[in-house]
Each structure stands twice: as structure tokens, then as C-alpha cells.
Design a binder for this molecule. Structure first.
Ligand code: PMV
Length: 379
């Protein structure tokens, strides 16, 4: 008990992997929790990882607000603790329908985190989940989905061990989410989140994301309009892409550059220099895709309309001096980033000039948000 108390009182920057392994009682019979967790968009990109979902370079992201996953868990204690050979006991319902195709992913996630959450084997889980953004819109739901599930699991842990501090709760939620999908660790808490060790962020950790709060007011309510260029399945998954960085001829230079870029981004986020912000964000997006194009095997996730949009944004910016820029995820969709005070003009530009490049003229208006929210707690 003294040991648990000690871990729970530590500051997040001091948490180590072993601090997240805690003994539990199994006194809760039945409980229900629900959380919503947002998606996020990286400004400095994570691309390449080591064993155990450890990033090869640090990254930083804006947390989104409207694009999120809402997940509820109803848990009931099993008559006996499942043995090590048994798989976990759960059902998964996605947007109203049972989704057995998701079972292997959830099972793999539970396998990865059971060392830190041994109580998983003592419960049956009914997991009900939905996204606020259209299914197969090309927006990755793994970040928001894994973050929402991890937060629910932490609510169960807190019901079993009410002593844990908020700092421990959110750091471990991010730690667990990371084991589901790397970038999910940046979808827990804070408008801007850093993940990864770096000399300039002394409290940065490879194990979980940390909010970065020293943000200039120009970034308040910063807008992200996501242009849905291609809603199909990606031809190459992120995991395959990350793995290709192991043998990549430019990987070491890229990891070095990402570290420097994180350092620069920190200064820009503090001083609000939008010209520097634009240059760095766009360069990061194109570098991510350049890594894909120079992997072996190589691949291209951008589509012709991605390039049309990029060129139209550059032309608009040159002509109007309005500070908009683009970034890209691992896909063809374009995130258009801009300050709130130019929203009307930019949305007019998008609706008049860019919607024709979007599949079914679809786009999503989002903006920076502050992170996850608990919706239900019954235990
Ligand atoms: O979290 P993963 O394994 O799906 O990787 C995501 C990587 C990028 O979205 C391309 C970049 C990032 O930092 O989010």
C-alpha cells in the first residue's frame, strides 16, 4: 500500500514504466464509464518507432475538438480470474452494431497492457463506441479510439484504487493509449501535446504525452478544416510505414531534424510568429511524405487533388497574405490550419476554390480543443 501511495504522488515527469505496474484489489462488482477523446494532428511528425511503441523521434500536435470518439464500457466481474492462456472477455459494439472484425485489435491492445492492468482478466467488458466524424472518411480513428478506451480502463483502475492522483491517471491513460496506437498518447489532455524525449523539453517522455501550455494567443481557437480528398482505405498502414524507417537511407538525418524542429516549434508556439509556423508545419508535412516516397518499398499516399489543394493554398496565401497553411497525416486528406480571425475569408476560399477537389465535396470544420472528457461514471 505504501508503495502505491508513493507512485501515485510522483510528478508525471518522473514516472517510469515500472510505476505503471500496480497491484489491485478486485472489489468492484459492476461499473460503467464513458469518455470522449479527440483526434489530433501532428505539427512535428512521428514517423519511425522502436520496440514497444517507443518513438524514434519526438513529436508535437494540436488536439482537435469536433473529431472525436465516444466510448462507453460496462464491466462485470467474472466468477473467476481468467488464466494466462485464456483470451480476454469482451464484446465490441461500433456505431450500434457488433463488430467482430475489431476484436483482434482490442485483444492485442489488452495483451499489451495487461502487465500494467492485471484487473483486465477479472472482468467482462461490453465496449460501445462511436465516432463523431464519418466512418471511412480517411481520418484515422485509432488515436481517438485508443485514447477513449484507455481512459475508460483508467476509470476502472481508479474505482479499484481511488488513491491515484490526476497526474498519475492522465499520464498512465496516455501511456496505455500509446501501446494501442502511438499517436493516441497525444489525445488525452491539453491543447498542444509533446510526446518523446528531447533536450528542449526536459519533462518530455517517450512513454506518454505531456501538455505544452506556453502557447501564444494567436493559436487560441486555431482552426483546422479537414478536406476529405480520399476516403478509401490507405494502401499502406502506418505500422508498415513506421517499420520501413528501420532500413531507410535518410532515417538518422530525419530523426535529428525532427528533434531540431520540435525545438523550433516550441519557440514559435510561444512567440506566435506565423510565418515561421507556416514554413515549419508545411515542411514537416512534406518531409513525412518524402520519407514514404523514399522508403523501400516506396509508396505515395497523396492524390492528384492533394497537390491541387496545396498549390491553391500557396497561391491564395501569396495573393492575400492571409496566414493559412496545410499539413498532412498519413493519407491524402489535407488539414488547412489558420487563425480564428481569418475564418470567414478562409471558409469562403475553401467553399469557392477547394471543395471540388474533395470527395463528394466533403470537408470537416474543426479547431484546437483541450482534450478528453469524462461522460459517465457509475461504480
Ligand atoms: O499513431 P500511428 O502509429 O498511427 O502513427 C501516426 C503517424 C502520423 O500520423 C503520420 C504522424 C503523427 O505524428 O501523428
Amino acid at each position: 500500500m505504501i508503495e502505491i501511495w508513493y507512485f501515485c504522488q510522483k510528478k508525471s515527469s518522473m514516472f517510469q514504466e515500472k510505476d505503471f505496474i500496480a497491484p489491485f484489489s478486485y472489489e468492484v462488482e459492476k461499473a460503467s464509464f464513458a469518455w470522449e477523446a479527440p483526434s489530433n494532428i501532428a505539427l512535428v511528425k512521428y514517423w519511425g518507432k522502436k520496440e514497444g511503441q517507443i518513438p524514434a523521434n519526438p513529436s508535437i500536435s494540436f488536439t482537435l475538438s469536433s473529431c472525436k470518439t465516444i466510448t462507453k464500457i460496462d464491466v462485470e466481474r467474472l466468477a473467476s480470474f481468467l488464466d494466462s492462456k485464456t483470451t480476454f472477455s469482451f464484446e465490441f459494439i461500433f456505431e450500434g452494431n457488433p463488430k467482430p472484425d475489431f476484436h483482434p485489435k482490442i485483444n492485442q491492445f489488452f495483451e499489451r497492457i495487461v502487465t500494467y492492468c492485471p484487473f483486465l482478466k477479472a472482468y467482462h467488458f461490453v465496449i460501445t463506441s462511436e465516432n463523431t466524424f464519418p466512418h471511412s472518411s480517411g481520418i484515422a480513428s485509432s488515436a481517438s479510439g485508443m485514447a477513449a478506451l484507455a481512459l475508460n480502463i483508467m476509470s476502472l483502475e481508479r474505482a479499484l484504487n481511488p488513491q491515484i492522483t490526476d497526474d498519475y491517471f492522465y499520464s498512465k491513460a496516455s501511456f496505455l493509449a500509446r501501446l494501442g496506437s502511438g499517436s493516441a498518447c497525444r489525445s488525452i489532455k491539453g491543447e498542444v501535446v509533446v510526446w518523446g524525449e528531447n533536450y528542449d523539453f526536459s519533462n518530455g517522455s517517450n512513454l506518454f504525452g505531456i501538455p505544452f501550455n506556453e502557447i501564444h494567443t494567436v493559436f487560441k481557437n486555431y482552426q483546422d478544416t479537414i478536406l476529405l480528398v480520399d476516403k478509401g482505405e490507405k494502401q499502406v498502414s502506418s505500422s508498415v510505414g513506421h517499420n520501413l524507417m528501420h532500413e531507410h537511407p535518410f532515417s538518422n538525418e530525419r530523426f535529428k531534424q525532427a528533434k531540431q524542429n520540435l525545438d523550433r516549434m516550441k519557440t514559435i508556439l510561444k512567440n506566435g510568429n506565423l510565418d515561421q509556423f507556416i514554413a515549419l508545419v508545411e515542411s514537416e508535412a512534406l518531409t513525412l511524405h518524402a520519407m514514404m516516397m523514399t522508403s523501400m518499398p516506396y509508396f505515395i499516399l497523396m492524390k492528384p487533388n492533394t497537390l491541387e489543394i496545396i498549390n491553391a493554398i500557396w497561391k491564395f496565401r501569396n495573393e492575400t497574405k492571409i496566414p493559412i497553411c496545410f499539413t498532412l497525416d498519413a493519407g491524402a486528406n489535407v488539414h488547412v490550419l489558420y487563425p480564428e480571425n481569418v475564418k470567414v475569408k478562409v471558409l469562403k476560399f475553401i467553399s469557392e476554390n477547394l471543395v471540388d477537389y474533395c470527395q463528394n465535396k466533403q470537408y470537416i470544420c474543426d479547431q484546437i480543443g483541450s482534450g478528453s472528457k469524462m461522460l459517465i461514471k457509475q461504480n
